[in-house]
Design a protein around this ligand. Structure first.
Ligand code: ADP
Ligand code: MG
Length: 742
């Protein structure tokens, strides 16, 4: 019972298995203050020790008086049991002396009895004491138990309250901790998010730069290979040009030499003829003079002779009778007559010499004639050579054109207009190789915002056969085009298109002042004049039409009575338009009047349908037929100059009615034009979709075979138009990448 109680008292030590330890609070929990009401664990422990002493060694006070073997266990035995034992073992050894010893023994016994009584008394006293003590101990035990219960209760209460407080604290702590943690997590998350987005934007920028670098490198590589190719082509072109120049030079030289020879020989001939003529004249005059003189002399002599003869006859007649006497006189007369006869002989000789001189002169004339014939033959040979050279030149020119590519794309950026300069921002368009080949342009695209909010503008590089910056004039542009006009004169079909959004400068380039149409016509007339001396005679006719909503309209006839129809002659690969007005162009002035007429017809239509000119394709067709009167060669070339409808893409949703129909027609026909050009450039040319649109159907034979195509992509310099400009440039790039295959 005691031990059990003692064991229930929490020891002071920190035994890991004890209940106290199990209930031990966190260090932050307040310790209960029990000192005043409840005995402290230390006092409880002292109490326990006291009780231990009491219970385990109850007779320690009398140990000296009652010696007990230390080996005897006393714990758990009552005092009454122990007393006789102790008493017997405590009797001393007695000496054997009979009498004395008997009394002594009796005294001793009496004393012992007294002692015993005393001891008894003592024992009773002690027993009482023990009992009292025991009672006290029991009481004390009860008190202690109560106290213990109290302590336990209070401790348990305290423990419960502490536990609750603790729990609350824990909950609060947990909540606080959770709050703090989630706050921390949130801030960390935000920080990471920020870091992530920074990282992302960084990577994106890096990616973008990398991509741009790659693109730039690709572009550079492409440009380099193109440059190389172009350089090679340029070399070949130079070579050909040199050859051509050499040949032309040689031809020119031989021509001029022959011309000189011809001139010299004709001059010599003229001189000889002149001299001969002069000589002849002189001789004739001299002879005539001489003849006159001789005639005069002769007539004088004849007269004198006749007079003499008359007088002699008279004398004879007078002296008839005196015949015999006058026989001598007759003899003299006879002699005189003989002399006269001799004189008449010399006149005959003179006539003969005159005739021989004429004969000589005639011989000289014949030699001169022969010389002239030889010179003319030489001239004919030179001419023949010249014609042959002309054929070679044509061939070389065409080879050169083919080397340059049968499909070419020129890009032209117009300058900002006076009216635009003040209120419209200008796009960033640069020309990196302006002072060299002039084949590249860089367009800064519209600004775009990335997911992380950074604003970027992309630079789009483009390359074409030729790029004309805003400062270029129509004359400079035409210099590059004129070779194709020569091809049309040489019998090839040529198409020159102007592609671009409305207001990008198509009409300015094609039919403006010194535009391609007037310049081409002037060049054709000039060249046809030059080629006249090489035997070529040209007939030039012009047709002008527009294609609006897939319907053709004659621009040189405003009546609109006759429907235009396209006819193809597949055998001759020729196209004609039924019912169209065809005007013979024999001077540049007729061309200008034709252009004016077409313009006025178009403006009339413009009032009916708004901005008609930009919603329709206009096609100016020059048919050039040539014949060489010397060689019999013939050529038939067509030069098509096309001002296309504005390429701006209107969203279909924005257009209704007529506008929707127009838009659809334009969008379709422009994309079909691109399709046809691409199909012409592809390996498989079994089907080229010419029939998809009126424009491609009309130009079928002018786009295929040996034809030459040039497309101008006109670009506006304004910032708001940059998206349209990019889309035009992309279309043009697609065309530029097409290589015509035979
Ligand atoms: P489109 O035919 O493409 O609609 P236009 O040829 O009518 O465009 O040009 C629009 C305007 O810009 C016109 O006023 C024209 O005179 C002007 N323009 C176009 N190109 C040039 C240029 N290279 N130099 C000067 N002005 C130009
Ligand atoms: Mg126009």
């Amino acid at each position: 019972m005691e031990l059990q109680f003692l064991e229930n008292i929490p020891p002071k030590t920190n035994n890991a298995n004890s209940n106290a330890t199990r209930l031990q609070r966190p260090t932050t929990v307040r310790k209960p203050t029990l000192k005043s009401s409840i005995p402290s664990s230390r006092s409880v422990l002292q109490e326990r020790q006291n009780i231990e002493v009491t219970s385990s060694k109850p007779y320690s006070v009398k140990r000296t008086a009652l010696p007990i073997s230390r080996n005897v266990p006393i714990q758990g035995r009552s005092i009454k049991e122990l007393a006789p034992q102790n008493h017997i073992s405590a009797i001393p050894s007695i000496e054997p002396r009979q009498d004395q010893s008997e009394t002594h023994l009796q005294t001793e016994i009496a004393r012992l009895r007294t002692d015993e009584a005393k001891l008894k008394f003592e024992r009773d006293k002690l027993e009482d004491k023990l009992k009292a003590f025991h009672d006290k101990a029991t009481e004390r035990e009860d008190t202690i138990r109560r106290e213990k219960d109290q302590i336990i209760n209070s401790l348990q209460n305290e423990l419960h309250s502490t536990k609750d407080a603790c729990h609350l604290k824990i909950v609060e702590f947990q909540r606080e901790y959770n709050d703090a943690l989630s706050e921390k997590i949130e801030s960390e998350r935000q920080r990471y998010q920020e870091l992530l987005s920074q990282q992302q934007s960084h990577y994106q920028t890096q990616l973008e730069t990398h991509r741009q670098q790659i693109e730039h490198e690709k572009q550079l590589e492409k440009a380099a290979s193109e440059q190389k190719l172009l350089h090679e082509m340029e070399l070949i072109k130079h070579e050909y040009e040199r050859e051509n120049q050499k040949l032309i030079f040689e031809v020119e030289n031989s021509r001029s030499e022959l011309e000189k020879i011809r001139e010299e020989s004709s001059r010599q001939l003229q001189e000889v003829v002149g001299e001969l003529k002069r000589e002849n004249l002189r001789l004739i005059t001299e002879l005539q003079e001489e003849l006159k003189q001789k005639e005069h002399m002769y007539s004088q002599e004849k007269e004198a002779f006749l007079t003499q003869l008359q007088s002699q006859r008279e004398q004879l007649n007078q002296n008839m009778t005196q015949i015999s006497i006058q026989a001598r006189e007759l003899e003299t007369t006879k002699m005189q007559l003989t002399d006269a006869l001799a004189n008449s002989h010399s006149h005959q000789t003179l006539e003969k010499s005159q005739q021989s001189t004429i004969y000589e002169l005639q011989l000289l004339l014949r030699t001169a004639e022969e010389h002239k014939n030889i010179a003319e033959k030489e001239r004919d040979i030179a001419k023949e050579k010249l014609f042959k050279e002309e054929t070679v030149r044509r061939k070389l020119h065409n080879q050169l054109q083919e080397l340059k590519g049968n499909i070419r794309v020129f890009c032209r950026v117009r300058p900002p207009l006076q009216s635009e300069q003040n209120n419209q921002p200008v796009a960033k368009i640069t020309f990196p190789d302006k002072d060299m080949e002039s084949q590249q342009l860089l367009v800064c695209g519209p600004a775009s915002e990335s997911a992380v909010g950074s604003v970027t503008t992309k630079v789009h590089p483009f390359a074409f056969d030729k790029v004309f910056p805003p400062s270029s004039s129509n004359e400079e542009v035409f210099d590059e085009v004129s070779e194709l006009i020569q091809s049309a004169l040489d019998g090839y079909n040529v198409c020159i298109f102007a592609y671009g959004q409305t207001g990008s400068g198509k009409t300015y380039t094609m039919s403006g002042n010194n535009g391609m149409i007037p310049k081409a016509v002037t060049k054709i007339f000039e060249a046809s004049e030059t080629l006249k001396e090489r035997g070529w005679r040209y007939v030039i006719t012009g047709e002008f039409l527009e294609i609006y909503n897939e319907t053709m309209r004659d621009l040189l006839n405003s009546s609109e009575e006759n429907k235009l129809e396209i006819r193809h002659d597949a055998k001759q690969q020729k196209t004609s338009i039924i019912n169209i007005t065809s005007v013979k162009l024999d001077s540049p002035s007729t061309v200008y009047s034709v252009l004016r007429q077409a313009d006025s017809n178009r403006s009339v239509a413009a009032t009916a349908a708004n901005e008609r000119s930009s919603r329709s394709h206009s096609v100016f067709i020059l048919r050039i037929t040539g014949e060489n009167v010397e060689t019999g060669e013939k050529s038939e070339g067509t030069l098509n100059l096309i001002d296309l409808a504005g390429s701006e893409r209107l969203a279909h949703s924005q257009a209704t009615g007529i506008r929707l129909k127009e838009t659809q027609a334009i969008n379709k026909s422009l994309s079909y034009l691109g399709d046809v050009i691409c199909a012409l450039g592809s390996e498989d040319k079994s089907h080229i979709p010419y029939r998809n649109s009126k424009l491609t159907y009309l130009l079928q034979y002018s786009l295929s075979g040996n034809s030459k195509t040039l497309m101008f992509v006109n670009v506006s310099p304004l910032e708001p138009h940059v998206n349209e400009s990019l889309s035009s440039l992309r279309f043009a790039t697609k065309v530029n990448n097409t290589k015509m295959k035979k």
